[in-house]
Ligand binder design. Structure first.
Ligand code: PHB
Length: 388
C-alpha cells in the first residue's frame, strides 16, 4: 500500500470505528450483500440472499445477540464495476461484513479490496481459485467451493466411466477456465486425453458454431461449465443439435442446479458433480428444504445452501465474541475453526478458508439432481499459493 492509500484507509478506518461504535450501542450488525440481481446470474443472487435471510430469520433476526440489518448492491456480474461497488458498501454504507458474490471476476476485485482494507468478506458462491489461494487472508472466507473442486471430481468420474477423449466448452473467464483445469487435471491423470478446449465470451449464449465443431470432433464425451441463464440455453441447444444421443454431456453441477424447470426434457439423465444434491439423507437438509419452501414458495438449490451457510459461519464468529464485532481476531479464529452443520452435510474450512466437503455425483431425474454416490469424500482445494 502506498502512503496516499494508507492515509486514506486510516481515515476510513476512523470513520468506520466511529460508525461501528454507534452500531454497537444500538446492538446491530450491518450485512452488505453484493450480488447479481440482474443478468444471467440474477436468480443465483436472489437464492443466496434468500438462504442467508432464512438462517437469520430462524435465529429470530439476530446473530451473536446482535440484530442483523441488510443493505444490498447489484453487481451485475460486471468486474469493471466491482471495486466501486464494494467500496460503496464498505465506505458509504459502513457495513460490518460484505457477503458476495457469484461471479469469479467480480469476487477477485472484492478480495483485493478486502485484503487492502481488512473488511470481513464472506464469499457465498464465486469459485475463483485465487480467493482461497494467492489472495487468501484472515478476513476472507468462502462457504461455497473452489472452481477446481467439482471439475476435479468430474475428471475422475469420466475417466472411471471409460471415456478416453473429451472436448471442453465453457465461458472464457476465471470460473470456466479453472473448472476446466480441475477437470483436466484428474481426467488426464486417469488416462484421458483432451481433444480441444472451446470457449465463448461471458455471458454470450451463441453456441451453434461450437456445437457443430463438437459434432465433427466426435470426442467420447464433453465436459462443460455453464450456470444460470446460460446453462439453460446451453443444455437446450446441445439437445436440439442432436448431440445428446451420440456424445454424452457432463458438467460441474451448476449446469443443472436451479435450472431444471426451464431445461425440461433436454436435461434428463445428465450426470454432474457438485457439493450439493437432491435426495441427501440428512435431517439438516430436510429441515432446511422445508423451511425454505415455506418461506419462499420455491425449492432451494445449491446457491440457497451457500447463502444459508454464509449466515451460519457469520453466526459462529459473532457468537464467539458475544456480538462484540470489535474483537476481530477472536471472531476470525472461531470462524476458521468452525464446523458448519450444512444441508450439504457438515463441513470444515481448509487453512485457506475454503470448504472441505463431499462432492456428489448427481443425475437429473425429472425436476431433481438425484444423488448417485459420493464422487470424492471430504475434498479439499489444494489452496495453492496461499500464505497466511
Ligand atoms: C463463478 O463465476 O465463480 C461462478 C458463477 C456461477 C456458478 C459457479 C461459479 O454457478
Amino acid at each position: 500500500m502506498d502512503r496516499r492509500h494508507a492515509v486514506k484507509w486510516a481515515a476510513a478506518a476512523v470513520v468506520a470505528a466511529m460508525a461501528g461504535g454507534a452500531a454497537a450501542q444500538t446492538g446491530s450488525i450491518k450485512v452488505g450483500f453484493m450480488l447479481p440481481y440482474t443478468g444471467t446470474y440474477a436468480a443465483l443472487g436472489t437464492a443466496i440472499e434468500n438462504g442467508f435471510r432464512l438462517y437469520v430469520g430462524e435465529q429470530g433476526g439476530t446473530l451473536g445477540g446482535q440484530k442483523i440489518e441488510f443493505v444490498r448492491v447489484d453487481d451485475e456480474s460486471d468486474p469493471s464495476k466491482a471495486t466501486d461497488n464494494v467500496n460503496k458498501l464498505i465506505k458509504r454504507d459502513q457495513v460490518d461484513v460484505v457477503v458476495g458474490t457469484v461471479h469469479s471476476g467480480v469476487a477477485m476485485a472484492m478480495a483485493k479490496v478486502a485484503r487492502d482494507s481488512g473488511a470481513l468478506l464472506i464469499v457465498p458462491n464465486a469459485g475463483a481459485d485465487a480467493v482461497t489461494g494467492p489472495m487468501c487472508a484472515p478476513n476472507i472466507f468462502r462457504t461455497s467451493f473452489s472452481n477446481w473442486q467439482p471439475g476435479y471430481a468430474m475428471g475422475e468420474v469420466m475417466a472411471k466411466r471409460g471415456h478416453k477423449t473429451a472436448v471442453t466448452i465453457t465461458w472464457k473467464y476465471a470460473a470456466g477456465d479453472e473448472s476446466v483445469n480441475g477437470f483436466k487435471e484428474s481426467f488426464t491423470k486417469g488416462g484421458g486425453k483432451i481433444v480441444k478446449d472451446l470457449t465463448v465470451p461471458f455471458p454470450t449464449v451463441e453456441f451453434q458454431s461450437l456445437l457443430t465443431e463438437i459434432a465433427s470432433l466426435k470426442p467420447d464425451a464433453v465436459y462443460t461449465f455453464f450456470a444460470g441463464g446460460g446453462a439453460v440455453k446451453f443444455v437446450k441447444d446441445y439437445a436440439a443439435a442432436g448431440l445428446g444421443k451420440s456424445i454424452p454431456l457432463y458438467g460441474a453441477g451448476f449446469l443443472t442446479d436451479g435450472t431444471l424447470e426451464a431445461q425440461g426434457d433436454a436435461a434428463q439423465g445428465l450426470l454432474t458433480t457438485l457439493h450439493y444434491a437432491d435426495g441427501l439423507d440428512n435431517p439438516r437438509d430436510k429441515a432446511f428444504r422445508l423451511g425454505y419452501a415455506k418461506a419462499y414458495k420455491l425449492q432451494p438449490d445449491v446457491y440457497a445452501v451457500q447463502g444459508y451457510d454464509a449466515a451460519q459461519l457469520l453466526g459462529v464468529g459473532l457468537a464467539a465474541v458475544k456480538g462484540d464485532k470489535g474483537k476481530r481476531d477472536a471472531m476470525y479464529a472461531a470462524m476458521a475453526k468452525a464446523r458448519i452443520d450444512s444441508p450439504r452435510g457438515a463441513f470444515t474450512l481448509s487453512k485457506s478458508h475454503n470448504p472441505v466437503q463431499n462432492i456428489y455425483l448427481r443425475k437429473v431425474e425429472g425436476k431433481v439432481n438425484q444423488v448417485q454416490s459420493v464422487a470424492i469424500k471430504a475434498l479439499a482445494d489444494p489452496g495453492r499459493g496461499c500464505r497466511m
